[in-house]
Design a protein around this ligand. Sequence first.
Ligand SMILES: NC(=O)c1ccc[n+]([C@@H]2O[C@H](COP(=O)([O-])OP(=O)(O)OC[C@H]3O[C@@H](n4cnc5c(N)ncnc54)[C@H](OP(=O)(O)O)[C@@H]3O)[C@@H](O)[C@H]2O)c1
Length: 333
Amino acid sequence: MKAAVLHQVKAPLAIEDVPEPSPRPGEVLIELRAAALNRRDYWITQGLYPGIKVPCILGSDGAGTVVEVGSDISTRLIGQEVVINPGLEWGPSEGAQSTRFRILGMPDDGTFAEYVVVPLSNVYPKPPHLSWHEAAALPLAALTAYRAAFTQGELTAADRVLVTGIGGGVATFVLQYSVAVRAEVLVTSSAQEKIEKAIELGARSGYNYTDPQWDEAVLEASGEVNLAVDGAGGKGFEKILKLLAPGGRVVTYGVTAGAKVEIPLNRLFWRQLRIIGSTMGSPRDFERMLDFVTRHLIRPAIDSVFPLDRINDGLERMRRGEHFGKIVIEIPH
Ligand SMILES: NC(=O)c1ccc[n+]([C@@H]2O[C@H](COP(=O)([O-])OP(=O)(O)OC[C@H]3O[C@@H](n4cnc5c(N)ncnc54)[C@H](OP(=O)(O)O)[C@@H]3O)[C@@H](O)[C@H]2O)c1
C-alpha cells in the first residue's frame, strides 16, 4: 500500500510502498478514504514531540470502510463506513487517561496510508451527514474540543466564551459547539480574514492577538468572559486571566505559543477562577462528541484538501499558519 512514512525528523515524509497490515484478534483493517492533519503531526516531523520512533506512518485522523476483521470479530462489520477514535487505551477513568494511553500515528502506524489497523473498540459509525473529507476532519480535534468545552469547561448557553487562535483545528470546533448551544462567542486570531470567517460561523466579534492591547479591546467592546478555551498558552494566557469574570474558568489544551506563563495567584483566589487542563478525550467523550455533531449537523471547517502524495505541502501550509480549520488528506481509492 501507499503510505507517508517518517524516516527522520526535519525531513519530508516519504511517500512509498509498504506492506499492508493485517488485523489481529480484536482489531479491524480499514481502507481509508481520507485523513487529516493535526498540529501533533507537524510537531513530530520537527522532532518536537516526546518518544519519536522511526520509521513510522503518522496520522491520527481517518475515515474509511472496514475491509477485514480479526479472527474473533463478526464479518458482518465488513463494509461498514467508520471514523476512528485516535485515543488508544484511554483506560477506566473519566478523569484522566491511563499510563498506557497513546495517540494513533506514532508509535503505532497511523492514517497517512491506504490502510490502517486499529482496535475494534476505536471505530464508530461515520455520521451520515458528513462527506468522507468532513468525517476524516473530525476525530482528534473535535474530540479535544468536546472535552475541553463541555466535559472540562462545562460550557452552557449562559456563557460568554473566548476561543483563542480561531484558525486552529480544535478552536474552530469549540466555536461551532459554543454557537450550537447558543453561547456568546468571542475569538482571537492573527488574521482579520480568519476573524471574518469566524463571524460567518456565528462568533459575535474577534480581536487580533498580535495587537499587544487586544485584551483591553475585548474588555472595552465586550466585557469579561466566563469561559476561555485556549490552545496557545504563552503571554496571551496571562491576558486571558485578566479577562475572566469572577467565578470564570479557562481550559488549556495546548501551548503553541509557549508553556511557561506567570499566574497571579491572588487574582485566582480572590476572583474564584479555575484553570483546567484537558487532553483529547475518553471513549465516552468521543461517543458524546459524535452524538452532538450529528444532532446539531455540525460540519467541520475544512481549510484545504491535499492528495496523500502532496502531504508535505499540507504540513508546510500548517507550518505557515495559513489555515482556517482542518487540512484534509485525500487517500487514493
Ligand atoms: N491536549 C490535547 O489533547 C491536544 C489536542 C489537539 C491539539 N493540541 C495542541 O493544541 C494546539 C492547537 O492544535 P491544533 O491542531 O488546533 O493546531 P492548528 O490547527 O495548527 O492551530 C494552531 C493555531 O494556533 C493559533 N496561534 C498561534 N499562535 C498563537 C498565539 N500566540 N495566540 C493565540 N493563538 C495562536 C493560530 O491561530 P490563528 O491562525 O487564528 O492566528 C493557529 O491557527 C497545538 O499546540 C496542539 O499541539 C492539544
